[in-house]
Ligand binder design. Structure first.
Ligand code: FE2
Ligand code: FE2
Length: 431
């Protein structure tokens, strides 16, 4: 396998390697050491989940380790993954917010107006995708496109796979607006609700809409990817939706979005750095400005959880532990291109190998949130919340160790490859 570039990823992370496609055969059923693969993790949850509020389960830890070394994990049958009707029938609890906690959320309207809405940007002054793309009405449009194509010629296949996966994740935005509007007490009841929560959700969606728009157009202009395969994957993904297991519960929902915005900030930040290292400065800028948006959105969602900790430390602590126990599934976990039943697992493995988004990042995000919300120092908690606190505080280190163990095991097995329709069925090395 010929390495063509080695670029440093985020500070303190390992060196990520990008490679040209190598010859090989796609092999299914290999363990994925990336914590973001839902199919890989669902067994962890079923086996490792301790009894309700017993977050200290040693048995669960053993099962989790065993899961990381499994070799027989099979992708679910196509119908279960690609037919949204069947997916929703497997959904977990619904409307789990208690009446007392609903009241707390409903008391936050003025707070949301003061603390969240100022974080939104004015469309009149905010960047737009056009600011980073050749202007099609300009006379030199064709020359600018030629330059863009020259710059992007050095992007490797594994980089393209990561960028396409990130783009498709952004393009499935209707699903995420839907998810926010499942939350009791904060949903946009009419579609044009004047509440701060309704305003936030629509404006957040509108800001996010620029991400997929910009990345999609840029990829189109490079001529490096099979746009029809990319668009087909997006259609499948929006059709499939997602189940983040947030139970219509804003405590769980905003924990999920806090985690997820940081995950996308990290991922886009890494694709920015890698684009620059591969010779495409402009693409680096594009991924960088998207990462900056994600960071601003992360700030908003983290503020909500911080407020919940202030008003209801027990509820916030139990919700944090609950979401961590269930694991944060990536928004694109139901990704499918009409061909590969292991597409999301394969994409996750390429992202893990190249350092775009890794198991270590997952652990780092947990630790960041534990520190941000001062989880360790919260006092006057109920015994249940104390158990949740202990569980959450120990989890990042535990996850980091499990990830390292799984990565070490993956290194000992032969290099595997998968074909990606997005890059005209060329093969890319997995873990
Ligand atoms: Fe985004
Ligand atoms: Fe985002």
């Amino acid at each position: 396998m010929a390495m063509i570039a080695a670029v440093g990823s985020a500070a303190g992370k390992s060196i990520a390697s990008f490679s040209r496609p190598a010859r090989g055969h796609q092999q299914k059923g290999r363990p994925c050491c990336c914590f973001i693969d839902k199919s890989f993790l669902k067994h962890v949850e079923s086996k490792a989940a301790p009894a309700k509020h017993n977050f200290r389960g040693r048995k669960g830890e053993v099962a989790m380790v065993a899961e990381l070394t499994r070799t027989d994990v099979q992708a679910p049958p196509p119908a279960a993954r690609h037919v949204s009707r069947k997916i929703s029938s497997a959904a977990s609890k619904a409307h789990s917010l208690t009446a007392e906690r609903l009241e707390i959320v409903q008391s936050l309207d003025q707070w949301a107006e003061d603390a969240l809405l100022p974080l939104l940007k004015d469309p009149n002054t905010n960047w737009q995708p056009q600011d980073y793309l050749p202007v099609s009405s300009d006379e030199d449009f064709i020359d600018r496109v030629r330059e863009l194509r020259e710059r992007s010629a050095g992007l490797s296949d594994d980089y393209l796979v990561c960028l396409v996966g990130d783009t498709i994740t952004e393009e499935a935005l209707p699903t995420y607006q839907t998810m926010l509007n499942t939350l009791d007490g904060t949903r946009d009841e009419t579609g044009a609700s004047p509440t701060p929560w309704g305003i936030w959700t629509r404006a957040w969606t509108a800001e996010e809409n620029r991400h997929g728009d910009l990345l999609h157009t840029y990829l189109y202009l490079t001529g490096r990817v099979d746009m029809k395969a990319v668009q087909k994957t997006t259609q499948y993904l929006i059709g499939s939706g997602m189940d983040p297991k947030t139970e219509n519960n804003p405590y769980l929902g905003f924990l999920y979005t806090s985690f997820q915005e940081r995950a996308t900030f990290i991922s886009h930040g890494n694709t920015a750095r890698h684009a620059k290292a591969l010779g495409d400065e402009q693409l680096g800028k594009i991924c960088g400005i998207i990462a900056a948006d994600e960071k601003r959105h992360e700030k908003a969602y983290c503020r909500i959880v911080e407020k919940l900790y202030e008003l209801d430390p027990d509820g916030a602590m139990l919700a944090f532990a609950d979401m961590m126990k269930k694991q944060i599934v990536m928004p694109a976990h139901l990704m499918y291109d009409g061909e590969s039943d292991t597409l999301f697992k394969d994409f996750s493995e390429v992202a893990q190998r190249t350092g775009v988004y890794t198991a270590a990042d997952y652990a780092d995000i947990m630790q960041h949130l534990v520190n941000l919300w001062r989880v360790e120092h919260r006092t006057n908690l109920s015994p249940e919340a104390q158990a949740a606190q202990e569980y959450v505080c120990k989890l990042p280190e535990r996850v980091r160790k499990l990830g390292e163990r799984a990565a070490a095991k993956a290194k000992k097995t032969p290099q595997q490859h998968a074909k990606f329709s997005w890059i005209f069925n060329r093969e890319v090395a997995l873990l």
